[in-house]
Design a protein around this ligand. Structure first.
Ligand code: TRP
Length: 349
């Protein structure tokens, strides 16, 4: 976690860019992405997908990387990767990502992007990489040894952001160290060789983290996440078996009643209501009534998105086309940037 001072500074910068976005959308290029390790869920949707669509529709150049090489930072299999990549494209589009406006691509299909890794690695020290708190946390959570790829993946993310001259990256507070390292790399490259890369700003999202149904961090492996791709029935089942507590009266108290409160937060975010107000309304109606309300809230919010999903699934070739076209565009941009990098470094032969 960056210290308070640098957080304050990052927030100030984020706010000023946020204000400028509506005035000068043409100045901005967004890059963000996801690891294709499973299905996208409500945490992704309210945390970032919705924001991506907003930025896209403001006329900002928007780019999404499906970070397939990042899958192997902390696991030793690429099982299901093709299916995950496919469903990720479907989820994006179901949520409102328009491939005419937003470039969707996978790392592994864009060699020139990956090649930026070599000059970039020369711009950071081992100590700087070791200090990254996100890397440490991820390594501990994975229970695997720290691989070279996990240690250096923040540099790889800098390649993702900088190959398309991305200058805004929507992030949560815990992701700020990644923005810092990307900025450092851009600055150092520009100083050492020639100005090729933009200044990068992390757009701090104001949405608080949506907890999983049991109040813990939302994660597929905890079984506490509602995926966008679940049916209304699957959603109802998952909510029904979520853990609450023995107190009948429903109150919003995340500290002492994580299960009940997570359900209230979920209903709140889907209905736009204050969770406390929902709690007061249900009161002695108990967990059963609460769960029915949450199920109804989630299912009605996501009904149109899920319907669109079903529609998209009718034509898998089209989904693959979208990705192939995104990859093609990304290759053109990456070649262009790599050309500038070679030029700046005097490596044109
Ligand atoms: N690490 C991100 C995730 O786990 C995915 C990602 C890859 C990314 N490259 C990026 C995010 C660059 C922002 C910028 O979902």
């Amino acid at each position: 976690m960056p210290n308070e001072g640098s957080y304050e500074a990052a927030l100030k910068k984020s706010d000023s860019v946020q204000a400028d976005l509506t005035v000068h959308p043409e100045k901005y290029t967004m890059l963000t992405g996801d690891r294709p390790t499973g299905r996208l869920h409500l945490g992704h949707y309210f945390g970032t997908l919705r924001e991506r669509v907003r930025l896209q529709d403001m006329g900002i150049r928007t780019n999404i990387v499906i970070a397939d090489y990042q899958v192997i930072t902390d696991r030793d299999t690429t099982e299901h990767i093709r299916d995950n990549v496919f469903n990720m494209v479907v989820d994006y589009m179901a949520c409102g990502i328009d491939p005419e406006k937003t470039m969707i691509f996978t790392h592994s299909a864009v060699p020139a992007e990956n090649q930026l890794m070599l000059p970039f690695l020369s711009l950071v020290t081992e100590a700087e990489m070791e200090r990254n708190p996100t890397v440490k946390a991820e390594q501990e959570a994975s229970g695997h040894a720290l691989t070279g790829l996990l240690l250096t993946y923040p540099v790889h993310q800098a390649c993702d952001i900088l190959f398309c001259k991305g200058n805004i990256v929507p992030v949560g507070r815990d992701q700020l160290p990644h923005i810092e390292i990307t900025s450092k790399i851009a600055r150092r490259f520009n100083e050492r060789y020639a100005p090729v890369f933009p200044e990068v700003t992390g757009l701090l999202t104001s949405t608080p983290l949506l907890p999983g149904l049991d109040g813990r961090k939302m994660s597929k492996s905890y079984g506490n996440a509602i995926s966008l791709s679940m049916t209304a029935e699957e959603t109802a089942k998952l909510i029904k078996k979520s853990k609450t507590d023995s107190e009948r009266n429903i109150t919003f108290d995340p500290e002492n009643r994580p299960g009940v409160s997570a359900l209230l937060t979920t209903a709140g975010i889907c209905t736009g209501r204050d969770p406390k107000e929902i709690a007061d309304e249900i009161g002695m109606g108990g967990a059963g009534q609460l769960k029915r309300y949450v199920t109804e809230s989630v299912n009605s919010y996501f009904a149109p998105i899920r319907a669109r999903r079903e529609e998209l699934l009718q034509d898998p070739d089209y989904i693959w086309d979208v990705l192939h076209q995104g990859n093609e565009r990304a290759n053109v941009i990456a070649q262009q940037t790599l050309g500038e990098v070679r030029e700046a470094m005097g490596m044109v032969y």
